[in-house]
Design a protein around this ligand. Structure first.
Ligand code: PMP
Length: 344
């Protein structure tokens, strides 16, 4: 049970210092120990609180941001929520260009937090004027006194994790971590965390989780940007159709790809087996661990840390919605009994 009952000046003081939670049942037959770094315990319910606070405070420190200024970003939802939350406390305007792939819940949440939201088509190339990158860039140029966070191409994104997530995991595992498993979107989480941990222990293994339909794994292996790898997929926040400079491919040992369907079922399984109500990419990361285990990646000495990026409440209209699951064809004969709707 928790011992500290503290009082805080505002929500921002609760960012970071998230718990590492031992996985007991989903990993029962695996060799080694498995811990989830549950980022849903941040006040904005995701790992993106860390980068929002860090990048905004760095801009303040450098005198780039003044009271009343506007903060602009492209986001699949989580970064936007975190920036909106930090903006409210610190008194900034927040404008967000988001992908139409984002769940309606996420878009409503951003509006609730006072952000101005532009919804942009998901399946256009990054350099298309309608893409959320190009819309954000244009809004930044048109809005006086604005700062563009640009998380995919901002090294401060990576630094935020180097300075917080990495040291926390090192302390929480007392330096015993052998494997770090994390999803890669901007790559900030995996790169910053891995960079810190590998400085402490160069033999640490770092494995990124990528989506089918994303270029990251192929780029890591060949250093070639292969557009043939790109096609639509459902998981939000994982994988990419461009190469983000926030990703340090040199600190990542390898990538593994996971499917939308298996990741969805593993997300639901985490809730049912561990009581961890976490987001779709947490299930994707856990799915990656299952595949790695089958490939013989771990042994009895393995101390595996898996980053769970956000909270399950953001996916009530998707992964945790039976109708959505059925529409995707995810309740095939193998998974029919998992439908939540069988008890009429
Ligand atoms: N999971 C979710 C739900 C996310 O929103 C993101 C960010 N795009 C990630 C994982 C990946 O984190 P990062 O951008 O630090 O690679």
């Amino acid at each position: 049970m928790k011992e500290d009952i503290q009082v805080f000046d505002n929500v921002l003081q609760l960012i970071g210092k998230t718990p590492l939670i031992h996985l007991n049942r989903i990993t029962e037959t695996f060799e080694g120990d498995y811990y989830a770094k549950v980022e849903a315990f941040n006040p904005g319910h995701s790992t993106k609180d860390r980068i929002a606070l860090y990048i905004i405070e760095e801009a303040e420190r450098k005198g780039i941001l003044k009271p009343g200024d506007t903060i602009i970003e492209t986001t699949s939802g989580n970064t936007g929520f975190s920036i909106a939350m930090v903006s409210i406390i610190k008194g900034y305007e927040c404008i967000l260009a988001v992908s139409s792939k984002s769940s309606p819940d996420k878009i409503d949440m951003l509006k609730t937090m006072g952000a101005k939201v532009y919804v942009c088509p998901a399946h256009v190339s990054a350099d298309d004027p309608r893409s959320y990158y190009m819309v954000a860039k244009r809004l930044h140029e048109e809005t006086k006194g604005s700062v563009y966070i640009n998380q995919y191409f901002n090294e401060l994104n990576t630094d935020a994790h180097y300075k917080s997530t990495g040291p926390e995991i090192w302390a929480q595992t007392e330096g015993k971590i052998t494997h770090l498993i994390a999803c890669s979107g901007t790559g900030g989480t995996i790169s910053g965390t891995a960079r810190f941990l590998k400085e402490k222990n160069p033999s640490l293994k770092v494995i990124g989780i990528d989506a089918f339909g994303s270029v990251l794994k192929k780029y890591h292996e060949t250093r070639e940007f292969d557009t043939a790898e790109i096609y639509p997929y459902r998981i939000e926040g994982l994988g990419k159709n461009l190469i983000p400079t926030a990703t340090d491919f040199d600190v990542i040992d390898k990538f593994i790809k996971v499917t939308d369907e298996e990741s969805a079922h593993t997300t639901r399984e985490l809730a049912k087996t561990e009581g961890l109500f976490v987001g779709y990419t947490s299930g994707a990361a856990m799915q990656g661990v299952k595949q790695l285990q089958e490939l013989g990646e771990f042994d009895s000495n393995s101390q595996v840390v898996i980053i769970f990026p956000d909270h399950g409440s953001r996916y009530m209209s998707k992964v945790f919605n039976d109708k959505w699951m059925a529409e995707q064809g995810f309740f095939d004969s193998e998974h029919q009994e998992e439908s939540l709707g069988i008890e009429f």
